[in-house]
Write a protein that binds this ligand. Structure first.
Ligand SMILES: NCCCC(=O)O
Length: 430
C-alpha cells in the first residue's frame, strides 16, 4: 500500500514495520484449492510467484492450470514487503544489468504490459540513482571494472572523482573517498507494491488460483526424478505437472521436500526511516557507504536506511526481532559522518526483513533441477530480487511453457552450476 505526497510526488510506503502505516493488504484468498490437480503449482505468492503466474497466464501457448500457494497472504514479513523498493543497473554481471533494464521498461509501461487494465496505475521510476562510494583503491578498481560491464550492457553509469561528487552532491563528507559511481537513468525508487498488486490481480483475472495455505511436503515418483504431488498444511494432496520454488528465504526448506539441497538461507537486514530536521536540497541517491550501510531519499524530508552490522549468520525463518540499540550505536553515526546535515534527525520507524541469500555466488538460481526435472527454482536473489521479478517471472514462464528461455537467455543461472562448482559471482550485493 502506498500514499502519494502531493508536494514531492514520492510514494510513502506503508511498510509492515512502519508506524505510519495506513492499511494492510487484506487476505482475500481461499484456503483450499478448487481442484486436486494443477499443471503448475507455485510455492510462494510474493513478487516472484506473482510475476511467474502473470507471465504464464498471459501466454497463449500455455493452456494449463496454475495454483499459487502463499502461507501468509498479509505478506507482512516477505522480502517483497520489507525491502527498500529500488532498482539499479549497477551490477557486476551484464546479465543482471539487462534483467534490471527489463524491470525499468516493465514498471514504466506497466499498463501496456498488462494490456491496458484500467486498475493499473501509471508508474515512473524516481531516478535519483545509486551512489557507490569507494574509500579504497581496491574497491575503486571493482567499480571501474563493473562500470565497463555496465557500459557494455548499455547502462548510463558515470564514475565520479570526489570533486565531481562534491559539485553535484555538496552534502557528502568525502575526505576518505577515492571514487564514486552513479547512474541516474532508470535507477532509484519505484512503487513495487503497486506492481505487486497489479500482477496478482491481473493473474487472478486470467484464472490463476491463489490459496492461503502452506506446502508442507512433496511426494516424488519411485526414482525420485519427478515431484508428483504437494501436500498442503490443511491436509489436501495436490497433483502437479511442474512445481516452482518461489518461497524466498524459505527456499531451502521447500527444496528439501523434494530431496534437494539448496545453498539459500535467510539473513536478517534492518531498515529505518528517519525525518531530517533540515532535509537535503536535492534527492539523496541511494548511497552505499563504504561501511555497507545504504540510505536513500524517501520523500517529505524522510530517508530510508538499510544495513546489517558485524557477523551475518543464517537466522530462523521466523526471526524478525529488532535490536533497537543498532540505530544509535551503529547506523546513525555512519549516516551523520557521511552527511553531516543528518546530525539532527528523528527516527520514525524500524523493521527487520530477510534476504534470501545465495551463499554460493549471490546470484539467482533458476530453471529445473538436473535430476528432479519438474522442480523449477526461482531462488537466491540475495537482496536484489524485487527488481528482477519481471525478467525472472517472464523467463520462468517461458521455461514452463517451452522448456527454454526466449526473451532473455537466463540459462547461466541454472542449478547445475552449483554441484559443478562454477559460480557466477555477483559482487554488487548491498
Ligand atoms: N537490497 C538493497 C536494495 C536493492 C538492491 O540491491 O538494489
Amino acid at each position: 500500500m502506498s500514499v502519494i505526497d502531493s508536494q514531492t510526488d514520492i510514494c510513502f510506503h506503508t511498510w509492515p514495520g512502519d508506524k505510519n502505516k495506513v492499511g494492510a493488504i487484506k487476505p482475500v484468498f481461499a484456503n483450499v484449492p478448487a481442484r486436486s490437480s494443477y499443471d503448475v503449482v507455485i510455492v510462494g505468492g510474493a513478487i516472484m510467484g506473482a510475476a511467474t503466474a502473470w507471465f504464464l497466464a498471459d501466454n497463449p501457448d500455455f493452456q494449463g492450470r496454475v495454483l499459487v500457494v502463499e502461507r501468509d497472504p498479509s505478506y507482512e514479513n516477505t522480502s517483497t514487503m520489507t525491502t527498500t523498493s529500488c532498482m539499479r543497473q549497477q551490477f557486476s554481471t551484464g546479465l543482471n544489468v539487462r534483467i534490471s533494464q527489463f524491470a525499468a521498461d516493465f514498471v514504466k509501461n506497466l499498463r501496456r504490459h498488462l494490456h491496458g487494465a484500467e486498475y493499473v496505475p501509471d508508474l515512473s521510476i524516481r531516478s535519483f540513482g545509486y551512489m557507490y562510494l569507494a574509500d579504497t583503491e581496491e574497491f575503486a578498481e571493482t567499480l571501474r571494472a563493473s562500470h565497463a560491464v555496465q557500459q557494455q550492457a548499455g547502462a548510463a553509469t558515470r564514475l565520479m572523482t570526489p570533486p565531481e561528487i562534491a559539485q553535484e552532491y555538496p552534502f557528502y563528507a568525502l575526505d576518505d573517498i577515492v571514487l564514486g559511481s552513479i547512474n541516474t537513468v532508470d535507477e532509484g525508487f519505484f512503487d513495487a507494491t503497486a506492481v505487486f498488486d497489479a500482477l496478482r490481480r491481473a493473474s487472478r483475472d486470467r484464472g490463476v488460483e491463489y490459496v492461503s495455505n502452506e506446502v508442507v511436503a512433496m511426494s516424488c515418483n519411485p526414482t525420485g526424478a519427478k515431484v508428483e504431488s504437494v501436500t498442503l498444511k490443511s491436509g489436501e494432496i495436490i497433483a502437479c505437472g511442474q512445481v516452482v520454488n518461489a518461497s524466498g528465504p524459505r527456499a531451502d526448506r521447500t527444496a528439501r521436500m523434494a530431496g534437494i539441497e539448496l545453498p539459500v538461507e535467510p539473513r536478517k537486514r534492518y531498515s529505518w526511516i528517519f525525518k531530517a530536521e533540515k532535509p537535503l536540497e536535492v534527492d539523496l541517491p541511494l548511497t552505499i557507504d563504504p561501511s555497507g550501510l545504504h540510505v536513500r531519499e524517501n520523500g517529505g524530508g524522510t530517508y530510508q536506511v538499510g544495513a546489517h552490522f558485524g557477523p551475518d549468520p543464517r537466522v530462523d525463518y521466523d526471526d524478525f526481532t529488532l535490536d533497537h540499540s543498532l540505530w544509535e550505536s551503529e547506523a546513525w553515526p555512519i549516516i551523520a559522518t557521511r552527511i553531516p546535515q543528518f546530525e539532527a534527525i528523528r527516527l520514525q520507524s524500524t523493521w527487520a526483513g530477510h534476504y534470501a541469500m545465495n551463499t554460493f555466488d549471490h546470484n539467482a538460481i533458476m530453471g529445473p533441477h538436473d535430476l528432479v526435472e519438474n522442480f523449477i527454482f526461482l531462488n537466491g536473489f540475495s537482496g536484489h530480487g524485487l527488481q528482477q521479478a519481471p525478467a525472472m517471472g517472464r523467463g520462468t514462464a517461458e521455461w514452463l511453457t517451452y522448456g527454454e528461455y526466449r526473451a532473455l537467455d537466463l540459462s547461466a543461472f541454472n542449478y547445475a552450476r552449483i554441484p559443478a562448482g562454477n559460480p557466477i559471482m555477483e559482487k554488487a550485493v548491498i
